[in-house]
Design a protein around this ligand. Structure first.
Ligand code: TYM
Length: 334
């Protein structure tokens, strides 16, 4: 592993799915790789989501996403943290890639199909939504990143990124590596509070990283129990309730195992487990919330970090883009 890139959309509140599936890994990889770890707030991607896109809020959400990432442990003085639109070479490379990508590869992407199905008619589906994974490929390949820490839902986009790299290399000569996904084996797909679907902003089944404590408790209190445990005296199956899935993310293994055992024997009520879950979750999240509070008092720090990140990212991106222009045969000035 030499260079890492990943991205997050500034489309609203960052949730524990984003944190456990992606950001937590970013922090660890950032510690290992320093400036070779690139993390990007992908504001151009956010434009493709008509439901979440809000002209008056986009800049604020972009700033907030950066702030939350720093609060979660990314050290902008060590890693390269920046905003996608501050490095225009991403969109430039993405155009070249669109010309190499068959339409069929894009229409079969499950994320596109899901989002398009929600919009219904072709008249309402922006072409940007279709091109979304091509821009994602450009985000990654412009840095020639070999590793991409993401949640499981991004594997198909990563496969397409590799195909684009192969196609470009085949046509114009070896240029890009074929990047591999890097999943958090403990939380590749964090379920939502409904206990079934993936936790996702668009489904409204999230627990926000900075959400009010009382509101988090209300959500935890209402998490679905094992549906087959009707009376407290019934034995429960911890694998059939999201309460234990969440507990495994935040509590020490021995505690989780002990509680599972009691739950199986009907020796512990769900409410008690939920109280422990809440305590453990808050213990893990509180330092992030405190750092976020402190950063809010110093917005200049976040902005300066983003500008410095973009400066560093741009030197790498501009060099790749120049190589690409030459390889595809564009007329160069001078
Ligand atoms: P976004 O903002 O939707 O998600 C950001 C990251 O959070 C992960 N994630 C999850 N992981 C586990 N369980 C969940 N419930 C869950 N929900 C979200 C996502 O997998 C992602 O890693 N397309 C990307 C943004 C992007 C990008 C890139 C990523 C744009 N360019 C280049 C990597 C490299 C996305 O889905 O963002």
């Amino acid at each position: 592993m030499k260079r890492v890139l990943s991205g997050i959309q500034p489309t609203g509140e960052i949730h524990i799915g984003n944190y456990l599936g992606a950001i937590k890994q970013w922090v660890e990889l950032g510690e290992r790789l320093g400036k070779e770890a690139f993390f990007c707030i992908v504001d151009y991607h956010a434009l493709t989501n008509p439901a979440a896109y809000d002209k008056d809020l986009l800049a604020q959400r972009t700033f907030e996403a950066a702030l939350v990432n720093i609060a979660a442990g990314l050290d902008p003085e060590k890693v390269t943290l920046f905003v996608q639109s501050h490095v225009p070479e991403h969109t430039e490379l993405s155009w070249v890639f669109t010309t190499l990508t068959p339409l069929g590869d894009l229409t079969r992407m499950t994320q596109f199909k899901d989002k398009a199905a929600k919009l219904g008619s072709n008249e309402l589906i922006g072409a940007g939504l279709l091109m979304y994974p091509v821009l994602q490929a450009a985000d990654i390949l412009i840095y020639k990143a070999d590793t991409v820490p993401v949640g499981e839902d991004q594997l198909q986009h990563l496969e397409l990124t590799r195909e684009i790299a192969r196609r470009f290399n085949g046509l114009f000569g070896e240029t890009f590596p074929e990047p591999q996904a890097f999943l958090n084996p403990e939380a590749p797909r964090v379920p939502g509070i409904d206990g079934r679907a993936k936790m996702s902003k668009s489904l409204g089944n999230t627990i926000g990283l900075l959400e009010d404590e009382r509101s988090i408790w209300e959500k935890i209190r209402h998490l679905p129990d094992d549906p087959q445990r009707i009376r407290l005296s019934d034995p429960g199956d911890p694998d059939r309730t999201v309460v234990f899935t969440y507990l495994s993310y935040f509590a020490p293994k021995e505690l989780v195992e002990a509680l599972k055992e009691e739950y199986r024997r009907a020796g512990v009520g769900t409410l008690v487990v939920k109280e422990i879950l809440f305590e453990q979750m808050m213990r893990a999240l509180r330092p992030i919330r405190e750092r976020a509070e402190a950063l809010r008092k110093d917005p200049g720090y976040v902005m300066d970090a983003l500008l410095e990140g973009a400066r560093r990212a741009r030197t790498v991106a501009a060099a790749t883009m120049e190589e690409v222009r030459e390889k595809v045969g564009l007329l160069r000035p001078g």
